[in-house]
Design a protein around this ligand. Structure first.
Ligand code: HEM
Length: 223
């Protein structure tokens, strides 16, 4: 495969989705681990220390540019793939196997991705935009993200949107996690079984821990 085919051929597009998807999975691990420090119940001290490092050190700030690029490429290429699949579907398959042919969530990656995108836009407006604009987009003073969370998660509709966003993420990952490794060529049956189990575990645990964050603030389990 030539470099130019990475963005034009079907296989190339799937490779881009897989590589950026795995990169975003790594980001989710760091994000959920850092945020889980809110349950230290120390008034947000540990969380603020981690958030301050991420927001003021030059290394994570440079990685942030890669993260934005990763999200954008994954979203744009995902839209292209979805459009391509739709035009194929319009022509129709000889036999529509429904759930016997594939799981509903593997056929709904575009819809689930769109729901996550809507969640992400709301999420960035809550935390990232106020923090970065306060910093003057460089390394200036940050806002207290812990206080911001405590305030934002008092609103019922916000908690509901976050829980639904995490639910969409869980289904998106349920297909995406193992699919990424298949695309990159993992074909050994033993590894595929392992990846499948790992994928299911990851898709349930990570979004569940994320969803418990707004819920914990809302019900006052942490303050
Ligand atoms: C549901 C619980 C979640 C909470 C409480 C939460 C909270 C936060 C906070 C406080 C920030 C820091 C903003 C800043 O650095 O200025 C942040 C950043 C971010 N979050 Fe979340 N988040 C959650 C879930 C998610 C999920 C599920 C995703 C992805 C699907 C996500 C994607 C991001 C991104 C892309 C950033 C920007 C990272 C950066 O600073 O470059 N978050 N989040």
């Amino acid at each position: 495969m030539k470099w130019s085919q990475l963005f034009t051929s079907s296989v190339g597009k799937k490779w881009v989705m897989a590589l950026t998807g795995i990169f975003l999975i790594l980001f989710l691990i760091v994000h959920v681990a850092l945020n889980a420090t809110i349950w230290a119940n120390d008034g947000g001290k540990m969380f603020e220390a981690g958030a301050h490092f991420m927001g003021s050190n030059i290394v994570p700030r440079i990685l942030e540019i890669g993260l934005i690029a990763g999200f954008l490429i994954h979203i744009i290429q995902g839209i292209m793939l979805e459009l391509q699949n739709r035009s194929k579907r319009k022509r129709g398959y000889a036999a529509n196997l429904g759930n016997r042919g594939s799981k509903w969530y593997s056929r709904s990656m575009g819809l689930l991705g769109t729901l996550i995108l809507i969640f992400l836009i709301i999420h960035m407006a809550h935390f990232w935009v106020p923090n970065r604009s306060n910093q003057g987009w460089l390394l200036g003073p940050e806002i207290s993200l812990y206080d911001e969370m405590r305030e934002v998660f008092q609103q019922e509709w916000v908690v509901i949107v976050y829980v639904l966003g995490c639910f969409s993420l869980a289904w998106h990952l349920m297909h995406g996690f193992q699919s990424a490794f298949r695309t990159l060529g993992v074909s050994n049956k033993k590894y595929l079984t392992l990846l499948n189990s790992l994928g299911i575990g990851f898709s349930i645990i990570v979004p569940l821990v994320f969803a418990l964050m707004p819920v914990s603030f809302y019900f006052g389990w942490i303050n």
